[in-house]
Design a protein around this ligand. Structure first.
Ligand SMILES: [Zn+2]
Length: 404
């Protein structure tokens, strides 16, 4: 049987490190001697290292971030990004290329993924066999256990395509697949604005809207992996038709596509002089343009931004009452519409949620930028390969090696 104590201690170091031995005793509730024996095992397996700090005599323990590499892959509708990361999900090197996800199909896109991974590994002098694992995020629902997309609306050719099998055959390392929103939530947990938040909500406002739920530090996927699909929560009294067959779904009212089409109409009708001028000069009416318009004080754009923030906030208020997160992180391209947008979300959430649920609630915009999904995909694989059980196995294997 694999010893889970060593895995538990490793997780404490990974989540909260750098830590001293007595910090670990405090966090784990284990005896000092037990901690000491297991820390020695982690040190000799090379999974943790001592960090000497100029301000402290005692050495602190942290993950040996250079003990191996993992790869984070972010497959989007129009881009493909791949990052080579250390064992703390720090991106060491990355590459981003344009793709057309719908037209290209899974084999072609995954061939590109393989090529980019090899390029990055070669640049870093890392061999294929030294990759600890690969994490992949895709813009659609995923059967996590089987490692395949299931009925993904924006990537029809990928339905039930065995993504993880495909990459595992090439690289002979563990591969994990999840939807982009869950992956981005993991990125926020380890390297973003939700660090140290036990339970939080990540909301992605892209062309559609989705959410990732982190409960006690882990992604909550639900019975079938559909948890967090908040884009189709109905907005009261709204009759906008949604491709799903219902009316007034959140994402057809407040998602990026909806905002862009309303912006295009306001540009065409002249209702927004700012948008009309932008369109006349050939500028795309996407999130950056809307952010500029809001900052410039164009009345239509300001109203559009604040109204969509308010609608999203009303839905989030219901989720806050239900789930009571400590943090809500707003990410995705349309999260960057300016402070008025976040302020409107906040106001609606506070107005509609119970005082107890909002007493310490923090609502923030992501700071991870374009790299968020790559970082999160690396965290996805790290969570799996450095789980309690696996760390126990790695340590056992390494001590077998030294004793025989
Ligand atoms: Zn819908």
């Amino acid at each position: 049987m694999v010893d889970s104590t060593v895995g538990r201690i490793f997780k404490i170091i990974r989540d909260r490190g750098p830590l001293s031995g007595s910090d670990i005793v405090r966090w784990s509730g284990l005896a000092k001697s037990t901690v000491s024996v297991n820390v020695d095992r982690l040190l000799s397996a090379g999974l943790v290292r001592e960090e000497s700090r100029p301000d402290s005599k005692r050495k602190k323990l942290k993950v040996a971030e250079n003990a191996g590499h993992v790869v984070g892959v972010d497959i989007g509708q129009t881009h493909l990004a791949v990052g080579l990361c250390d064992l703390e999900a720090l991106v060491l090197d990355s590459v981003r290329i344009p793709i057309a996800l719908v037209q290209e199909g899974p084999e072609d896109v995954l061939e590109k993924v393989c090529g980019l991974i090899d390029d990055l590994a070669r640049r870093a002098g890392v061999e294929r066999k030294d990759l600890f694992g690969i994490g992949v995020g895709v813009p659609g629902p995923v059967d996590f256990a089987r490692g395949m997309p299931v009925n993904p609306p924006v990537m029809p050719g990928w339905d039930h395509f065995p993504v993880t099998d495909f990459l595992r055959e090439r690289f002979s390392c563990p591969v994990f697949l999840d939807n982009d929103v869950n992956v981005m939530a993991l990125g926020e947990r380890d390297r973003g604005v939700a660090q140290n938040a036990e339970s939080f909500l990540f909301v992605k406002v892209g062309m559609g809207i989705g959410a990732g739920l982190v409960v006690h530090g882990e992604i909550f996927r639900g019975a079938k992996g559909a948890a967090g699909d908040i884009g189709h929560i109905g907005i009261d009294h709204d009759t906008t038709p949604c491709p799903c067959g219902n009316q007034g779904c959140l994402e057809v009212v407040a998602g990026g596509s909806a905002l862009q089409s309303r912006a295009a109409k306001a540009a065409a009708s002249g209702r927004s002089p700012f948008l009309a001028a932008q369109q006349a000069s050939g500028v795309d009416l996407g999130a950056p343009t809307l952010a500029l318009g809001a900052a410039a004080g164009d009345p239509f754009v300001v109203e559009l931004v604040m109204e969509s923030g308010k609608i999203l906030g009303h839905v989030l208020a219901k989720l806050v009452n239900f789930f009571n997160p400590s943090v809500i992180v707003v990410g995705g391209r349309f999260a960057h519409l300016g402070e008025r947008y976040i302020a409107s979300i906040r106001e609606a959430v506070y107005r509609r949620s119970t005082p107890l649920a909002t007493s310490d609630l923090v609502i923030k915009r992501t700071q991870l930028g374009d790299e968020g999904a790559v970082v999160g995909a690396a965290v996805l694989v790290l969570d799996e390969i450095l789980s309690h059980r696996n760390v126990g196995k790695i340590v056992e294997r390494s001590s077998d090696g030294t004793s025989s």
